[in-house]
Design a protein around this ligand. Structure first.
Ligand code: DGT
Ligand code: CA
Ligand code: CA
Ligand code: ZN
Length: 580
């Protein structure tokens, strides 16, 4: 197991012990152990395990050292497996409901015998939860609302997770001898932040073996529909998928149709009708007295668009939001691509709540070919995330300067901070401290429930601060889990443009915030974007791909996104900002 996986296992043990109401000291030991592991490097862990010296690490005692060794060597731990078996899965699931921590869940379990979410919903509905000590009417209402949200959200899936499943299926389908062409269509292909179900389009001469392969995948839990040229399944994750197999000459039409969106398709059909053509998933057919003598030949989507007098429309833009009018005028803008990215500014290390060291993060950025990596750990007000005070931040700045000077990595590291915007809009660190940094990401991390005018004024006050370089996750939303805070984004965007402050497109697949729907208009008015993965571990840097997707949906071109700029341009820009 990797270091992070072991840390996760220790964290899981702590949660399970808490749900069993175990001794707080024991629980704390696992939490501390997980933290301690995060602070050492992967190679160092290997050495300590081999030498049997894990106990020399502060925060790792004898019992923990044995468990870490087992996990490292065998990847398994009987203790954890037994623990999982004794804690009802429903209790762990209840942790996903906002406002419910292990202590409350333990009380619900102990006093009301609740073991799953359905029973909890029933107990809220008939008022039993409000009667419990430490709960009350308000908490009961909040729990019930959380359960309802969860049900509504459970119907959709994060794009990032769906894309991983889809990629495996597409690879498998393309490898079949019968398959000529295969693509994932639907909202996934359009890069929508959440996906209802997957839609696979295949061109094949003989469809039966393709259907048979699809429904026999190990991840398929249930086959919900099956025919000669189509099938629908549900995977064990709950995600559903439709497969449609067409003859090769229909592939472009089927792919276009099932890519959608519905609104885009409606507009395309209207446009076809105006040209005497009826457009469907099968192809063109003559419509009305003005129909042309022969149907246009189409072997790819490009020809389909061309037949209607349109430039090619990238799938991400097919939302019925003006893309057809734009494609009528000429080629669409060259949207940003993954290969344009040269760095990122909002990333954490284990100095705050990240899982990897500065050197590990830099090595990972270098492996991605990035020219620069911005480190922006939390500031002190985010104490739950182990935010840095002035002394620790100054030490980190020195560490970064030393690393850059050492020439150990080709990637340059910028010293930044993710500075909390306090509830009144002041910043968590004073101006002198902020002045020592290369840049400042300002973010809201508390008092999410403020009224819209208060929150808007708070964020704008931060934007007006001369040391603020960019605004982090503009609404704080967590996709499928938590709505953003109430804020007047129009005014926030105006303020950012007026003060030359960049707004981040947080590329974490759970955030994708500021939402793509705002970017086209905002960028046209001069707002600059930074695609920031908000990585909390080395693997998190790869999330920029999700951000690039969202940026494409927002019609962003490389020139709108500062993280496509070369290092020299970023350095010049940052030093100009410091002189203002
Ligand atoms: P999802 O799955 O909810 O995230 O969204 P989509 O867009 O993948 O929707 P889905 O899976 O229901 O259908 C895939 C595409 O097929 C959809 O984007 C457009 C096309 N389509 C499906 N039903 C209709 C329809 O009733 N009218 C039109 N014009 N197109 C449709
Ligand atoms: Ca779909
Ligand atoms: Ca579908
Ligand atoms: Zn943050």
């Amino acid at each position: 197991m990797t270091k992070n996986e072991i840390a996760d296992a220790l964290g899981e043990i702590a949660i399970l012990l808490e749900l069993k109401g175990e001794n707080p000291f024991k629980i704390r030991a696992y939490q501390t152990g997980a933290r301690a592991l995060e602070a050492i490097e992967e190679s160092e862990l290997s050495r300590l395990v081999e030498a049997g010296e894990l106990r020399s690490v502060k925060g790792i005692g004898e019992a923990l050292a044995a468990k870490i060794t087992d996990l490292r060597i065998t990847g398994r731990l009987g203790f954890l497996e037994n623990l999982r078996a004794t804690v009802p899965a429903g209790l762990v699931e209840m942790l996903q409901i906002p406002g419910l921590g292990p202590k409350k869940i333990l009380a619900l379990h102990g006093k009301l015998g609740i073991t799953d979410i359905a029973a909890l919903a029933a107990a809220c509905t008939d008022g039993r939860v409000a009667g419990l000590a430490g709960f009350g009417e308000k908490t009961q209402e909040k729990i019930l609302a959380g359960i309802r949200n969860r049900e509504a959200y459970a119907k959709r899936h994060l794009w990032w997770e769906a894309a991983e499943v889809a990629a495996q299926i597409v690879t498998g389908l393309r490898a079949l001898p019968q398959v000529r062409r295969c693509e994932a269509a639907g909202s996934l292909r359009r890069g929508l932040e959440t996906v209802g179900d997957l839609d696979f389009i295949v061109a094949a001469e003989d469809s039966a073996p393709v259907v048979a392969w699809f429904i026999a995948q190990p991840s398929v839990q249930e086959v919900t529909a099956q025919g000669g040229t189509k099938a629908s399944v549900r995977f064990t994750s709950g995600l559903q998928a439709d497969l449609r197999i067409v003859p090769e000459q229909q592939f472009a039409f089927a792919l276009h149709h099932f890519t959608g969106s519905k609104q885009h398709n409606v507009e395309m059909r209207q446009r076809a009708l105006a040209r005497g053509l009826s457009l469907s998933e099968w192809g063109f057919s003559p419509a009305g007295p003005d129909a042309p003598a022969s149907m246009p030949a189409v072997s790819g989507e490009g020809e389909l668009f061309a037949a209607l007098g349109l430039a090619f429309i990238p799938p991400e833009l097919r939302e019925g939001l003006g893309e057809i009018e734009a494609a009528e005028r000429g080629p669409l803008p060259r949207l940003i691509e993954a290969g344009d990215i040269r760095g990122a500014f909002h990333n954490h290390t284990n100095a705050s709540d990240g899982g990897n060291t500065l050197a590990e993060m830099t090595a990972a950025a270098e492996a991605l070919g990035w020219e620069y990596l911005g480190i922006a750990d939390h500031s002190k007000a985010s104490f739950q995330a182990n935010g840095l005070d002035e002394a620790r931040l100054r030490r980190q700045i020195a560490e970064i300067r030393t690393l850059n000077a050492s020439g150990r990595f080709r990637t340059k590291v910028f010293a930044g901070v993710e500075c909390d915007i306090l509830s009144d809009g002041r910043l968590d660190l004073d101006d002198d401290m902020l002045g020592e940094l290369d840049y400042v990401v300002a973010s809201v991390h508390n008092a999410f429930a403020q009224e819209e005018p208060v929150m808007t004024a708070r964020i704008i006050r931060a934007i007006e601060h001369p040391r603020v370089t960019m605004l982090g996750h503009a609404t704080g939303r967590l996709l499928l889990r938590r709505e953003g805070y109430h804020v007047d984004l129009g005014r926030v965007i105006d303020a950012a443009i007026a003060h030359g402050v960049v707004i981040e497109l947080n590329a974490s697949p759970w955030r994708l915030d500021l939402d793509w729907r705002h970017w086209r208009k905002a960028a046209a008015r001069g707002l600059l974007c930074a695609i920031n993965p908000d990585a909390h571990e080395t693997a998190g840097l790869g999330h920029v791909g999700a951000g690039v997707n969202a940026a494409r949906k927002g019609w962003l071109e490389p020139r709108h996104v500062i993280t496509t700029w070369p290092l020299s341009k970023v350095e010049r820009w940052l030093s100009d900002l410091k002189r203002r």
